[in-house]
Design a binder for this molecule. Structure first.
Ligand code: F6P
Length: 368
């Protein structure tokens, strides 16, 4: 017998770059919602579906067996910002505001609330839609782990797992060929993936955006290892890392996105410089979207399920405008507006940074 609730219809959307664990959240929201007798609308392709009126009703069979699958059964998009909508006019891209259409569809579908799963971009949009009258609950996701309001976002652990495995593989070939191997990882303006992946995978040098690096310090570390008979080295570089007095390397810009900048290229640049300046044979690998694909780790499945099941409870209690968050070992919630006020960056006294120093990892700088 279904439990009674005044609540009738709930929407759920997954926006921004995908990550492992999104399906676990969808399942974590939908199963209890159906149990409460709610109708669940899966909004397709993030907020794009809300603007264009694309949604599907979710039943138990739709969310069965998806806990372990990567990606999102609802689709996602990082070009579907209703307030920054790219429209092609005479072969040119014009940015228009379609937020009123998003609200119209929300009302036409008779939704009591929308659970928005996404990173900081999605939370900014969610907050603006809330100001226009939409009832919202946020669920934080991103492999980058750069949301201050939660101790961890799901997706991050899975990305770190991929980086660690890649580093293990690079170690064996680096050692056989006595090479320096540079690996470029994601993370945008935060160094969490490089830091945690580099620490777990035994990198010798970790370069992150928060600690601008000095070429000389990197060369000294690599040449010293060589002198000590360790004839290979691993350098793990975050896509947003940059040298002191150097610039961020931007691969391209796409004005269709709310944040047009696409990072990429620092791995190749670092490898080329090391090769030229030290004469140590160097190769580079760009891990790219492998970090976002595949099955979520057990940690991410658990966190995502806890986030989903807590989010639906908040919605049913009509506690809107809030985002679920991990605080220590408990799921709490914070105001979305507070959650988006600050980005979480790596601090130089972070325990992972200190642990790296203690085992001799270089950040391409003097010891901090
Ligand atoms: O925010 C997640 C993320 O994977 C970043 O680490 C990366 O910079 C970006 O998204 C890549 O975006 P896209 O998939 O649009 O290339």
């Amino acid at each position: 017998m279904a439990k009674r609730s005044k609540f009738r219809r709930i929407g759920i959307s997954t926006g921004g770059g995908d990550c492992p664990g999104l399906n676990a959240v969808i399942r974590g929201v939908t199963k209890p919602a159906l149990d409460y007798g709610l109708t669940v609308f899966g909004i397709l392709d993030g907020f794009e579906g809300l603007v264009e009126g694309k949604s599907i009703e979710l039943y138990n069979k739709d969310v069965s067996g998806i806990l372990s699958t990567g990606g999102t059964i609802l689709g996602s998009s990082n070009k579907g910002d209703p307030f920054h909508w790219p429209e092609e006019v005479n072969g040119k891209i014009k940015i228009v505001d379609r937020s009123k259409e998003a609200i119209k569809n929300y009302e036409a579908w008779n939704l009591d609330a929308v659970i928005a799963v996404g990173g900081d971009g999605t939370m900014h949009i969610t907050n603006k839609l809330a100001q226009m009258g939409m009832n919202v609950v946020g669920v934080p996701k991103t492999i980058d782990n750069d949301l201050e309001a939660t101790d961890q976002t799901f997706g991050h652990d899975s990305a770190v797992f991929v980086v660690t495995e890649a580093l293990d593989r690079l170690h064996t070939t680096a050692s056989s060929h006595h090479r320096v191997m540079v690996i470029e990882v994601m993370g945008r303006y935060a160094g969490w993936i490089a830091l945690n992946g580099g620490l777990a995978g035994g990198a010798d040098v970790i370069l992150i955006p928060e600690i601008p690096f000095d070429w000389k310090a990197i060369y000294e570390k690599l040449l010293m290892r060589n002198m000590l008979g360790k004839r290979f080295s691993i350098v793990c570089v975050a896509e947003g890392a940059k040298p002191i007095d150097g610039k961020l390397i931007v691969k391209c810009k796409d004005i269709k996105r709310s944040d047009p900048v696409q990072l990429g290229g620092i791995g190749e640049y670092v490898a080329k410089k090391i090769n030229e300046d030290t004469r140590l044979e160097t190769r580079y690998t760009v891990l790219g979207h492998l970090q976002r694909g595949g099955s979520p780790t057990p940690y991410d499945r658990i966190l995502a399920t806890k986030f989903g099941t807590n989010a639906i409870q908040l919605a049913i209690k009509r506690d809107f405008g809030r985002m679920v968050a991990l605080k220590g070992s408990e799921i709490k919630n914070v105001k979305i507006i507070d959650a988006i006020s600050r980005q979480k960056l790596v601090k130089t006294n972070d325990q992972a940074v200190l642990a790296c120093h203690a085992v001799g990892v270089s950040f391409g700088t003097e010891k901090l």
